[in-house]
Write a new protein. Structure first.
Length: 127
């Protein structure tokens, strides 16, 4: 039995498995809802952006990469709506990746853990 199956099996009767496999998935979901609630895009715009990502070649048939597509759709929508520059979105993603690799297992990933930010003496990467 896998670790995930053991977690699901331990849930009380009538309780479904967690919706999000990882905390970042819940955060991406919450950011999307919050940005919609602020009127930055409609649900039809969101559905179109997500659909475009999910339909791209290479999507997993079993859907295990769904929230990766979700995040890509959110990033794409932020850029297309002029809410963020692509270079800024890419730089932030790279900073999070570096921070994730520098963060000890079991600890929260913080941008402050990005080794480049520490070396540069500021809160993020420079260009």
């Amino acid at each position: 039995m896998s670790r995930r199956e053991g977690l699901v099996a331990d849930l009380p009767p009538g309780v479904d498995a967690p919706v999000f496999a990882e905390p970042w998935q819940a955060e991406a979901f919450a950011m999307t809802v919050a940005l919609h609630d602020k009127g930055l895009f409609s649900w039809s715009e969101w559905a179109q952006a997500l659909s475009a990502q999910v339909k791209k070649p290479g999507a997993a048939a079993d859907g295990h990469d769904y929230y990766e597509h979700w995040l890509a759709a959110l990033e794409s929508l932020l850029v297309s709506k002029g809410l963020a520059a692509k270079a800024d979105v890419d730089a932030m993603a790279e900073a999070w990746e570096r921070a994730a690799h520098a963060t000890p297992h079991g600890k929260p990933i913080l941008l402050e853990n990005d080794p480049s930010a520490t070396r540069q003496g500021r809160g993020g990467p420079t260009r």
